[in-house]
Every structure is written in C-alpha cells, then in structure tokens.
Design a protein around this ligand. Structure first.
Ligand code: A2P
Length: 300
C-alpha cells in the first residue's frame, strides 16, 4: 500500500496520487477510465484542476468506484481568471466533481488574470487577497485543506508573512532534474509539504535514461521511473505521476527503499551537464511561460 504523509493540519494525504492533466485534450472519458483503473489498482489520491477541463470525469470515477468517499483524497485547483470570485469558482468545481466536499483546494498559479489580461503582483486581487478568500472556504466544511501551486520562494514568503492559515502544500514541478532544494527547505521550515507534479518529467525525461538511474534501478529490479517515484517519496514529497497505462500506473505506486548513497546520487543528478531542466524552462522562450512572463509569475 502507498504510504501517507501528515499535513500541517493533522489530516493525511496519500504520498502518491494520479495526476489528471491530460494536455490540451482535457481527457473526457479517457480520464474517467484512467481514474477508475487507478482506484481499482490501489490509488487513493486524484489530482485535478478546473483548468484541466475534466473535473466531471474525475468526480464520476470517484462516485462510481464503490470506495467510501472518505478513503479517496481529491484535489482540485482555482483557475487564474477566478481569483476575484473564489467562492463561486469553488462551488463550480464542487458541482463539476459532483462531490459533497473536496479534500484539497489549491491556488493553481501565483497570478491572477481578468479574462486574458494578467495582473501584476501588486494589482488586486493579489495572491494575499485570493488566499484570504480561500481561508474563508475552510469555514464551510466543504474543503478540508487549502494550499498553493507553482509558488516560487518570493511569492511563498510573501504569502507566509500575511496568511492566517499556512498552506498545507505547495505543488510544483519536481523530479530528479529539478529537486528545488532551497524551495523545499523553505517549505519544510514552515510545515508545508511539497507535492511534485511531473515527477517523471512529463515530456522531458532525460533522467530516466541516465546511467546512474539505470544502475540503481537494476540493483533493485525496478524501472528508473520507480526509482524516481521512490526517491520523491523518500525525500518527503508527495508525487502525482500521470499514467493512463495499467502496467505503468501499477509500477508508479510500487516503491523500493533506496540507500542514503542512492538517494544522494539521485538528488545530485541535476548537477550533471544538461540535466537541470524544467518543463517550464522547456516551454519558456525568452522568459515567457505559456505566454506569461516570469515577472508576472514573480518567480522565483
Ligand atoms: P502513459 O500515460 O502512457 O504511461 P509526468 O507524470 O511526470 O508528467 O509523466 C507523464 C508521462 O510519463 C506520460 O506520458 C506517461 O505516459 C509517462 N509515464 C508514466 N508512468 C511511466 C513509467 N512508469 N515509465 C515510463 N513512462 C511513464
């Protein structure tokens, strides 16, 4: 069985979840089938977002699984163009999912957008304004925990200096090519768990072919992907790999225990030439990430 981590509010989160971002296609019935298979194969944690366009399908898989609701951990996220209407957006997500409550609600990006216009960090609603509205959601009982996503050090420090409720998690891209050592330290000092998205590097998986990764994998008779997953959990991060393939989704929750030496090796992989890469960096061109500038994201 997949281990659990404790959140700073005492609740528990399965250390591995199914990431439900299916690219621009959104997913439709395919995401429903993926989630149903995941739940049949031992997953108890599904991570979606309003922005993924598939909350309906994830929710349907949860409702039709026959597994008690309180045994499944469901995460969804507030989209950028809803920072000025958090309550409404939350209700919409709850409705889409068809559930009575959400386990975890995240601010998807530290950036608000009105229609297509991205607001600067000082324009209202700021991330602090938005967070205050998210804090209010806790009082409704319809969300158990709140957190953030894609927060670099700067926005996270800013939020921490002004929040009443400390986020339970900061969900960021993280894998052996991107261990985020400094951000992880900051999070740990403040009782915030890192949730690693794209823990297998998504389309940018150079580390899976690294000779050291392969050697470690062979010595444990597992795949390099399983080494990456084991490393992620053993270093204390939640990981949410996406796989629609039965064999691979089973692999991703079958962990091994790595030695200290092996852990160190994987943690320093990003120092090898050409290895330090992120998906965002991969997509970014002259400082533009998906059309947003790093300045707008206030990152790091
Ligand atoms: P598939 O769905 O066909 O298994 P990430 O979660 O890091 O974004 O990576 C997702 C990508 O990695 C998907 O393309 C997924 O494809 C693939 N993937 C998932 N699990 C594994 C695995 N164990 N080994 C190799 N590739 C995997």
């Amino acid at each position: 069985p997949v281990p659990y981590f404790s959140l700073n509010n005492g609740l528990k989160i399965p250390a591995i979840g199914m990431g439900c971002w299916m690219g621009d296609v959104g997913g439709g019935p395919a995401v429903e089938e993926m989630c149903a298979n995941a739940l049949k194969n031992g997953y108890r944690h599904l991570d979606t977002a309003f922005g993924y366009g598939n909350e309906e399908h994830v929710g349907k898989a949860v409702r039709e699984s026959g597994i008690p609701r309180n045994e499944i951990f469901v995460t969804t996220k507030l989209w950028n163009d809803c920072h000025h209407k958090v309550k409404e957006a939350f209700e919409q997500s709850l409705n889409n999912l068809g559930l009575d409550y959400i386990d975890l609600y995240l601010m998807h990006w530290p950036m608000a957008q009105i229609d297509d216009i991205v607001l600067g960090p000082e324009e209202h609603p700021t991330i602090v304004d938005t967070w205050k509205e998210m804090e209010k959601l806790l009082e409704t009982g319809k969300v158990k925990s709140i957190g953030v996503s894609n927060f670099g050090i700067k926005p996270l420090k800013r939020l921490l200096s002004q929040c009443k409720v400390v986020p339970v998690t900061n969900q960021v891209e993280s894998h052996p090519c991107l261990p985020y050592l400094e951000l992880k330290n900051l999070c740990e000092e403040n009782g915030i768990l890192i949730t690693a998205y794209s823990p297998l590097g998504q389309s940018n998986r150079v580390f899976l072919a690294d000779p050291d990764m392969i050697k470690i994998a062979e010595s444990h008779q597992v795949t390099p992907a399983q080494v990456a997953m084991s490393w992620a959990v053993q270093r204390g991060t939640v990981a949410i790999p996406k796989s629609a393939n039965l064999e691979r989704m089973r692999q991703n929750i079958s962990l091994v225990t790595l030695s200290d030496k092996e852990m160190d090796l994987v943690t320093s992989l990003h120092k090898k030439p050409g290895m330090h890469r992120s998906l965002l960096a991969y997509h970014h061109d002259g400082g533009v990430v998906f059309g947003w500038t790093y300045k707008q994201l206030d990152w790091p």
